[in-house]
Ligand binder design. Structure first.
Ligand code: FCB
Length: 461
């Protein structure tokens, strides 16, 4: 049950979810500050104002990572901390925070893995249209160049975007994430500009240094239709569209320089954003690809009105929602209501590997689960998280044995933290955080993970 030599073991977080210090040292507001301060958007009115106060506690947090034996730490930069207005003037105190963090990691021999954008767009840029504005691609590339220039001497692994599907479709399509827009047209525009921004950022960083390892982090998953739907039922088209929007919309332009035909058939909503030369920029070669995997996606057919067209659903529904509903959750269902489907990770990786000759080396950049266990006598006995890790690492090992080039695994998350629209309710951490006192308590899963890292493999039981 051993992993390949030099396999990289780590854990992941993101700026808005842990840093707090939302108005400190010149940081500008970002779209999550605005969204979480808007009544009704986040459960219980929770915000990231304080979060887990990592901005002030980073040194202790890094020591804790070292105690667990982490070899890598995936974190993200807060754009509005570094360039408060989104473009233009640089806030040195913002850069200084990351400078201290990176040095603290390196002192402990922990490899920094940086993400440039984990959803916290400077609010001023949203006022100009955010990712629906074509210039967002250049705003992002310019910001990326500033950060890369500051840290590429010490940070070797860079991801441009985290889960652009979420930014585009949860942020602009159904609006449950910042900036809270419900408009499929905006969602596809954001998707294209995110991809274009990725490509432009890769070009800008490549020009600065040739030894940086540049990549992108995608949330991909197998999409299935279960149950019996007659051949002419729209569920078939809807599920194919779901798959195309979740997976192909990202992998095809990035690795094959074109959009999936099924999406091009949607017409202007997709094609209207694409200009000559864009796909060449988007498919700029990358050195690695990050995959975030939580569960596979399963649908069952549902009743539909006879005229319903899956390509053009009524109202503000996204294409791919007609005639389907989510299948009931299976496995050790998490507190979020998510299924646990470890074999989906193996299936996803093996399918991608078969599909793309030019698939870059893969890092699992997120994988994890929300379960709520109390601290009892200083112990958090989160057995279901240990099971989740064990099952998913076993599936990962199977994919590696089937020939997929996977180079590392980052568990989501190191700490309980601000889980977006769910506020502090969903606890994904291997380390429990008391949100009143900020006391950190490693859970049993953290101790299990420390053993996995030390052995570079899984215990056989
Ligand atoms: C992913 C996000 C991460 C966290 C986990 C649970 O989609 O990248 O920030 O919220 O889900």
């Amino acid at each position: 049950m051993s992993f390949p030599k030099d396999f990289l073991w780590g854990s992941a977080t993101s700026s808005y979810q842990i840093e707090g210090a939302w108005q400190e040292d010149g940081k500008g507001p970002n779209i999550w500050d605005v969204f979480s301060h808007t009544p009704g958007k986040v459960l219980n009115g929770d915000t990231g104002d304080v979060a887990i106060d990592h901005y002030h506690r980073y040194r202790d947090d890094v020591s804790l990572m070292a105690d667990l034996g982490l070899q890598a730490y995936r974190f993200s930069f807060s754009w509005a901390r570094i360039i408060p207005d989104g473009t233009g003037a640089i806030e040195k105190r913002g850069l200084d925070f990351y400078d201290r963090l990176i040095d603290a990691l390196l002192e402990k021999n922990i490899h920094p893995m940086a993400t440039l954008y984990h959803w916290d767009l400077p609010a001023v840029l949203q006022d100009k249209g955010g990712w629906t504005h074509r210039d967002s691609a250049s705003w992002f590339a310019d910001y990326s160049a500033v950060v890369h220039d500051a840290f590429s001497d010490r940070v070797k692994m860079w991801a441009t975007l985290n889960e652009p599907w979420v930014s585009a479709f949860l942020g602009h399509g159904i609006g449950i994430h910042a900036p809270g827009i419900k408009d499929p047209v905006a969602a596809f525009a954001a998707a294209h500009h995110l991809l274009l921004g990725h490509g432009k950022a890769v070009q800008a960083m490549r020009a600065q240094s040739s030894d940086s390892q540049l990549g992108i982090v995608l949330n991909l998953a197998p999409v299935y239709l279960e149950g019996d739907a007659p051949d002419d039922h729209p569920a078939h088209t809807s599920v194919a569209l779901h798959d195309a929007i979740l997976n192909g919309l990202w992998t095809e332009p990035l690795l094959r320089s074109h959009y999936p035909d099924l999406l091009l058939q949607l017409g202007d909503v997709v094609t209207g954003n694409i200009k000559d030369g864009d796909l060449g920029i988007i498919s700029e070669p990358i050195d690695w690809m990050g995959i975030n995997y939580y569960q596979d996606i399963r649908f069952v057919p549902s009743d539909v009105t006879p005229s319903a067209d899956p390509m053009n659903p009524p109202g503000t529904d996204l294409p791919g929602t007609v005639g389907v509903e989510p299948a009931p959750a299976i496995g050790n269902v998490t507190s979020f209501g998510w299924s646990t489907t470890p074999d989906g990770l193996r299936a996803l990786l093996v399918t991608l590997d078969g599909e793309y000759d030019n698939l870059p080396p893969i890092f699992i950049t997120e994988n994890g689960c929300a379960y709520d266990y109390p601290v009892e006598d200083g112990v958090v006995n989160d057995t279901l998280r240990v099971t989740y890790m064990h099952e998913h690492l076993t599936a990962l090992l199977e994919a590696i044995k089937e020939g997929v080039d996977v180079r590392g695994y980052m568990h989501w998350s190191l700490f309980d933290n601000f889980e977006w629209a769910e506020g502090y309710r969903q606890r994904f951490g291997m380390v429990h955080v008391d949100f009143d006192t900020q006391v950190r308590t490693p859970k049993q899963s953290a101790l299990f993970y420390a053993r996995v890292i030390a052995d570079n493999g899984l215990p056989s039981a």
